[in-house]
Design a protein around this ligand. Structure first.
Ligand SMILES: [Fe+2]
Ligand SMILES: [Fe+2]
Length: 193
């Protein structure tokens, strides 16, 4: 399997942990402290950047090559890209609501929890579809030369420096992510095996 696919798969595992964390934090929104609220906002900021500017960007590059090699995959790719846009919109919507918590504006925390829960459900289903359909197809259809060019494009286009900075600035949030990593560190590599 190409190193890019392994990386995308690792990112899915990390995303699954971040979704667990997001779900847990949003579930404790009622009566949360100012520090917990800050942590939740940091999580959303980190997660939003990570998915949109790192993970989805890498996938979009793979999608472009796969469409060329396998025109039959067009509809599947189109649906997955539409879900990327949908997930970005969903996240932006509840991020805006969470920003208002603690301000003078009255916000129904149950609505936020419902929105987060829908986002988590759609995200998990999206990743499963990618693992089962798209990643397997890409592994079968793309050549070594394709993967080489994909790797080059990813290193030119993906802003990992900013991501590392955000992780460093995350403080307690980052410690929680690391704690989740150690909790789930021994789990199987999952669907691609
Ligand atoms: Fe995706
Ligand atoms: Fe993905």
């Amino acid at each position: 399997m190409s190193s890019v696919l392994k990386e995308l798969h690792r990112e899915h595992r990390k995303t699954a942990r971040l979704l667990d964390l997001l779900e847990r934090q949003a579930g404790r929104l009622e009566g949360c402290t100012a520090a917990e609220l800050t942590q939740l906002r940091q999580l959303i900021q980190y997660f939003g950047f990570y998915r949109e500017r790192v993970h989805h960007k890498k996938e979009d590059i793979v999608f472009t090559y796969l469409q060329r090699r396998c025109p039959d995959s067009m509809e599947l790719i189109h649906n997955l890209q539409a879900e990327h846009a949908l997930l970005n919109d969903m996240m932006a919507r509840f991020a805006t609501l969470i920003e208002k918590v603690g301000s003078d504006t009255l916000v129904d925390k149950q609505i936020i929890q419902v929105e987060v829960s829908e986002f988590v459900t759609v995200s998990r289903a999206h990743m499963t579809r990618e693992e089962l359909n798209l990643f397997r197809l890409a592994a079968d259809e793309l050549s070594e030369q394709d993967w080489l060019q994909i790797s080059r494009e990813i290193s030119c286009q993906v802003d990992t420096v900013k991501l590392q900075e955000m992780a460093r600035e995350g403080g307690q949030l980052y410690e929680d992510i690391v704690a989740f990593d150690s909790l789930f560190g021994t789990e199987s590599d999952g669907l691609l095996h």
